[in-house]
Every structure is written in structure tokens, then in C-alpha cells.
Design a protein around this ligand. Structure first.
Ligand code: FAD
Length: 466
């Protein structure tokens, strides 16, 4: 029988839970993490961020080898896809990463209790196959999220798949229909599109990436269309018929009107994710949920039941691994009496398509709605030497700064390595930088980051290279 009394018991071993467990252990708490999956790392490492990025990276290389090298004076013939090999690469990356968390648990003396946890009181968790565990200081709910189902469309993970099934299709479908023009749909649509599928994205709203800056949505859609994706916006899928030949989808205009049929070999349902609290027993102990099924928390991640806290996808806010991690660290430090907090206004959002899309802070739409006067500085990658050298000139950097104080309020990037470039901007905004601060910072030449500096110069109407 494993030990049964801990200071902190974290339920869920995803980026929120495992990071919280490690930080709490670093701070001297005796910590257990309850995880029912056979590997640590949660959605992110097992069926989310990491496998999707492994496939994005591999499919990018394939596409480049097949079609993208001639312009550099490199001729290669006979490029062939070895899909099992590509999936094996993805599986290895996942295994190495999840194994890494197990190593970190051992290093930090976090006990992994393998099994499903049910919270039975403010201080006890019943772990399947292990027994009753006592948490003298805190129980942390970090149970994450699950795929939001679409009524009338039954996911079988073969012909109608969720993101999990889309990470392991045994062959490249001729026609892939993605329901949902959000991050996950566009990323996984890109993967299979690069490998040869004809991809159609059906989106209920009249734009893709509806929470991002409108200009990013519009420009990225144009680029994805050039890459071969087809978009049906303002359309809803109301039914699906599966046969040996594939899937027939019934699609109607979102505003109402005549239905049409769209045929697919595989359909990916990617309309979003919802908080996962099933089996936790929260109703029995009276932990309150909000109207979207998320665990309700106060300023310090505390639920309405003393001793029980919640972080990550299961609570409000963007469903992102780094947001969950930040919350995990802040909560562990608060439990140790420190004054940590998370700046939820500056959580960057990234779409790992090619080009990449990255955002932090306010969008133009948000600033307009709030009546905040702002100035815009924009710089295209076509005018950046490094982007030209690398043959990746699609996109731009856009900086929005307060019209009076010049404080940077939002940054929106579409372009090569936007996922890495955004880091500088998040840091700048954490330090309440003005666009002038960024404009006066020396950026190495030739780098993509010079486009950031130029966009900052452009806020004041003085870009140098355009
Ligand atoms: P999760 O990672 O969902 O972990 C929760 C864990 O709790 C799970 O392992 C689950 O098994 C366990 N659990 C649940 N209930 C119990 C119970 N009762 N007992 C024991 N264990 C339990 N985010 C990014 O930031 N960047 C990306 O590039 C990105 N890509 C994504 C791609 C895909 C395809 C998907 C699906 C998601 C992606 N995300 C990405 C989102 C990211 O995966 C989540 O935001 C993140 O995993 C949330 O972490 P979490 O710890 O809150 O929950």
C-alpha cells in the first residue's frame, strides 16, 4: 500500500497538474499527483500540443522536400511519404516527453498515484486501485478538458475523428473535412493537407480563428486558401451518414437556407473543448461549476469548498498549456505563502500552421469596442531580409499602441517563426513597454525580429525599410 497522507494532492497530470506538483514539491510540500492515464503529461503531451507539433514539423519537412526546395537551387526527386515512419516519429516524441515528466516526478519526489481520483471531502481523494488519500493542505483539481461533441455527428475515431484520431490516421484521406476553423482544426488540417489530402474547413461563424485579430484571420485564410484549403464559412453541419465510401455531411447556411451535401473520406470534428469533471464527485461535495461546466474559482484558484483549488483547462480562461502551467506554479507558490499571480491579460496565443500566427494582448476589435484610441504600426515580412533569404515572406507584424501613452496594448503576428517572435513582445508588455521602447532596442541583423522593431517604428510613422 502506497503512502496515504500528503500535504498536496493534485488530481490530473497535465501541464497544469504536473507543473503544480513539481513546484509544490520544490517548495517543500509532500506531493502526490493522481493521473489515470498510462502516461503523465495530460492532453498536451499525449494527444495535444506535442504530437500535433511533431506531425506539423514532419509534414512541413515533407512538403518542403517535395515542393519547396527548387527555389533554393536544390533538386531532389522521388520524395515519398512513409506515413508509418512519420507516425512513429510522433509517437517517439510523445514517449520521450511523457517519460521526461516521470523522471522529473522522481527527481522532485512527487508520488504518481496511478488511477482515477474521486474527491470525497475537502481533505480526501479516493484513488481507484490505491485507496483513500488524505491531503492535509490542499487538493488541486487539474482534470483538464475533453473534445466538445457535435450533436448528430458521432465520433468513431475512424471516419469521423476528434483531434486524437486525427493524430493517427492510418492513411492520408483523399478528402478531409474539418468542422471548425479554430486552432486545432487549422493545424491538423494543415498536416493532412501537406501530406496530400484535399482539405475543406467548415466554420459556423463568418471567419476562421474567431477570437484572434480580424486582420490575422483574413490574411491567414487567404494564405491557407493559396495552399489549397477550401473554406465554407457561415455554414453548419447538421448531419452525417457514414458508409463504406466515406461520410456524407449535411451542411446548411448558419443563417438558414437550403442544405447541401459535402462528401469526405474522413471528417475531423474540431469545434472546441469543454471542461472535464466527470467522475470527480464534485456534485457530492458541493464544488460549484459555472454555466459552462467549469470549476468556479476565486482570485487565488480556490473553489467554494475550503482546501480545494482548481487550475488549467477545467477553469475559465484560454485552454492553453502555458496558461495551465502558469496557474500551477502560482497556486503552488500561494500555498507556500508567496504572493504569486498570473497575468491573464498577457497569455500569448499561437497557431502552429505555416506561416505561424501569434497574438498577445488586445485585438483591434477589442480596442474599438472598448473605445480606446490606439495607433497601429505594421511591417510586412516581404521587406525583411532574413525572411526573403529563407523564402518565407508571407505575413506581417502589427503592433497596437495607446494613442496617448504609447504603451503597447496588443501585438499580432503572421509569419515565419511567429511562435518564437511573440516571446519578446510578451516580455515587453509585461514590462509595460511603449512602442518607442521596442523601436529603440537593438535587434540583430539579419533576423526576423527586425520586423518587430520596424513595426514598432511604424507606430510613429518612421519605419526604415519600407
Ligand atoms: P490536461 O492536459 O487535459 O490534463 C488533465 C489530466 O487529468 C488528463 O491527463 C486526464 O487523464 C487527467 N484526469 C482527468 N480526470 C481525472 C481523474 N478523475 N483522476 C485522475 N486523472 C484525471 N495548448 C497549447 O498551449 N499549445 C498548443 O500547441 C496546443 N495544441 C493542442 C493540440 C491539440 C490537438 C489539443 C487537443 C490541445 C492542444 N492544446 C495546446 C491545449 C492543451 O493541450 C491544454 O490546454 C492543456 O493540456 C491543459 O492542461 P491541463 O493540465 O489543464 O489539462
Amino acid at each position: 500500500m502506497a503512502e496515504s497522507t500528503f500535504d498536496v494532492v493534485v488530481v490530473g497530470g497535465g501541464p497544469g497538474g504536473y507543473v503544480c506538483a513539481i513546484r509544490a514539491a520544490q517548495l517543500g510540500f509532500k506531493v502526490a499527483c493522481v493521473e489515470k492515464r498510462s502516461a503523465l503529461g495530460g492532453t498536451c503531451l499525449n494527444v495535444g500540443c506535442i504530437p500535433s507539433k511533431a506531425l506539423l514539423a514532419a509534414s512541413e519537412k515533407f512538403e518542403e522536400a517535395a515542393h519547396g526546395l527548387a527555389k533554393f537551387g536544390i533538386k531532389i526527386g522521388g520524395v515519398e511519404l512513409d506515413l508509418p515512419g512519420m507516425l512513429a516519429h510522433k509517437d517517439k516524441v510523445v514517449k520521450d516527453n511523457t517519460g521526461g515528466i516521470e523522471f522529473l516526478f522522481k527527481k522532485n519526489k512527487v508520488t504518481w498515484l496511478k488511477g482515477a481520483g474521486t474527491i470525497t471531502s475537502g481533505t480526501t481523494v479516493e484513488v481507484e486501485g490505491v485507496g483513500a488519500i488524505t491531503a492535509s493542505k490542499a487538493i488541486v483539481i487539474a482534470t483538464g478538458s475533453e473534445v466538445t461533441p457535435l450533436p448528430g455527428i458521432a465520433i468513431d475515431e475512424k471516419k469521423i475523428v476528434s483531434s486524437t484520431g486525427a493524430l493517427e490516421l492510418p492513411e492520408v484521406p483523399k478528402r478531409l473535412v474539418v468542422i471548425g476553423g479554430g486552432v486545432i482544426g487549422l493545424e491538423l488540417g494543415s498536416v493532412w493537407g501537406r501530406l496530400g489530402a484535399k482539405v475543406t474547413v467548415i466554420e459556423y461563424l463568418d471567419r476562421i480563428l474567431p477570437t484572434m485579430d480580424g486582420e490575422l484571420s483574413k490574411q491567414s485564410q487567404r494564405i491557407f486558401a493559396k495552399q489549397g484549403m477550401t473554406f465554407k464559412l457561415g455554414a453548419k453541419v447538421t448531419g452525417a451518414t457514414v458508409s463504406d465510401a466515406g461520410v456524407s455531411l449535411t451542411v446548411e447556411p448558419a443563417a438558414g437556407g437550403a442544405a447541401e451535401t459535402v462528401e469526405a473520406d474522413v471528417v475531423l470534428v474540431a469545434i472546441g473543448r469543454r471542461a472535464f469533471t466527470q467522475g470527480l464527485g464534485l456534485d457530492k461535495i458541493g464544488v460549484e461549476l459555472d454555466n459552462r461546466g467549469r470549476v468556479k474559482i476565486g482570485k487565488h484558484f480556490e473553489t467554494n469548498v475550503p482546501g480545494i483549488y482548481a487550475i488549467g483547462d477545467v477553469v475559465e480562461g484560454p485552454m492553453l498549456a502555458h496558461k495551465a502551467e502558469e496557474e500551477g506554479v502560482a497556486l503552488a507558490e500561494q500555498l507556500a505563502g508567496q504572493k504569486s499571480h498570473v497575468n491573464h491579460d498577457l497569455v500569448p496565443g499561437v497557431v502552429y500552421t505555416w506561416p505561424e500566427i501569434a497574438s498577445v494582448g488586445k485585438t483591434e476589435e477589442e480596442l474599438k469596442a472598448a473605445g480606446i484610441a490606439y495607433r497601429t504600426g505594421k511591417f510586412p515580412f516581404t521587406a525583411n531580409g532574413r525572411a526573403r533569404a529563407g523564402g518565407n515572406t508571407d505575413g506581417f507584424v502589427k503592433i497596437l499602441a495607446d494613442a496617448t501613452t504609447d504603451k503597447v496594448l496588443g501585438v499580432h503576428l503572421l509569419g515565419p517563426n511567429a511562435s518564437e517572435l511573440i516571446g519578446e513582445l510578451v516580455l515587453a508588455m509585461e514590462f509595460s513597454a511603449s512602442s518607442e521602447d521596442i523601436a529603440r532596442t537593438c535587434h540583430a541583423h539579419p533576423t526576423l525580429s527586425e520586423a518587430v522593431k520596424e513595426a514598432a517604428l511604424a507606430v510613429d510613422g518612421r519605419p526604415l525599410h519600407i
